[in-house]
Ligand binder design. Structure first.
Ligand code: SIN
Length: 288
């Protein structure tokens, strides 16, 4: 029996009294998976994990993806995508400002990731000792449920176009842009159409599936109509009624469901405040 403490927001729960470096039973992992489906974001505090343990725990939830940005993966561990502002020997050790726009991971792929397993290794603190670099999570099921009936009817059957190149091309903190994608990278991330409302494959819940980071248009609408609808949906999803904001502590292992949630990282810190997070990404299926 899991001990679960709900966040009080539309989504999010802490699971207490579990040491993931020791626990291996099927019953426990089944219960954790059920908790993830129910609460959409779950987290465990005070975990002490090696990269091998992080990968092994992630594999309990399914197959892992390798990220298109191999330059941001942990050396020797292609399954671990590093999100960090740390620079070593003049080179960033990971993606510096990944996720600072609302998105779900790999939504630009034909089979978007179903979940992500995020391990906080170093968390920045400000001069008052307060943790910075929080992440916000929005429930796309709660956002869908709250839509007016006529909007729900209008969205049925619509598809959107999703593009990795859109998110990649955005201007970064300090006005920087990333180098152009290589031909090999481009071939791995071609634009893809997805339903605007998708059905969660495990729970059957309806989820809004367009996002600020990667969705470029609603297929079959002219630009003005598409921009207006996308703008409305993106603002609606990130409404505070549907958001849980996670304040990180080193040792947190947090798992989010990329179908029933979106997230947005808050980049309110700078070196010498270090943020070092490591993510594995769970392979998903074609949305319907
Ligand atoms: C991500 O989108 O995977 C990064 C989230 C974060 O840095 O908090």
């Amino acid at each position: 029996m899991l001990s679960i403490r709900k966040s009080g927001a539309a989504l999010g729960a802490e699971i207490t009294n579990v040491d993931l470096s020791r626990e291996t039973s099927h019953e426990l992992f089944n219960a954790i998976t059920e908790a993830l489906y129910e609460h959409e974001v779950i987290f465990f505090r005070d975990q002490n994990l090696t990269p091998e343990q992080h990968i092994a725990i992630s594999r309990r939830f399914g197959e892992l993806e390798l990220h298109v940005r191999a330059d941001c993966c942990k050396p020797g561990y292609p399954e671990i995508f590093v999100v960090s502002n740390v620079v070593e020997n003049g080179k960033p050790i990971g993606a510096r400002d990944a996720g600072v726009i609302w998105h779900s991971d790999l939504s630009y792929m034909r089979e978007p990731s179903w979940g992500s397993v995020f391990y906080a290794k170093e968390v920045p603190v400000d001069s008052n000792g307060v943790a910075t670099g929080d992440t916000m999570f929005a429930s796309t099921t709660a956002a869908y449920a709250a839509l007016p009936a006529e909007t729900k009817a209008k969205l049925q059957g619509l598809k959107s176009l999703n593009s990795y190149a859109k998110g990649y091309a955005r201007v970064r903190k300090g006005g920087q842009k990333l180098p152009p994608l290589t031909e090999e990278q481009k071939s791995k991330v071609q634009d893809v159409a997805h339903p605007v409302v998708r059905t969660h494959p495990a729970t059957g819940r309806q989820c809004l599936f367009v996002n600020q980071g990667y969705t470029t248009k609603i297929i079959g609408m002219d630009e003005a109509e598409s921009d207006a609808l996308l703008g409305y949906l993106i603002a609606h999803i990130s409404d505070q009624r549907f958001v849980y904001r996670h304040s990180w502590r080193a040792g947190d292992l947090l798992i989010w469901d990329n179908c029933s949630t979106q997230h947005c990282a808050i980049n309110d810190y700078d070196l010498p405040q270090r943020r070092l997070m490591e993510r594995t990404t769970l392979r998903g299926s074609v949305p319907y």
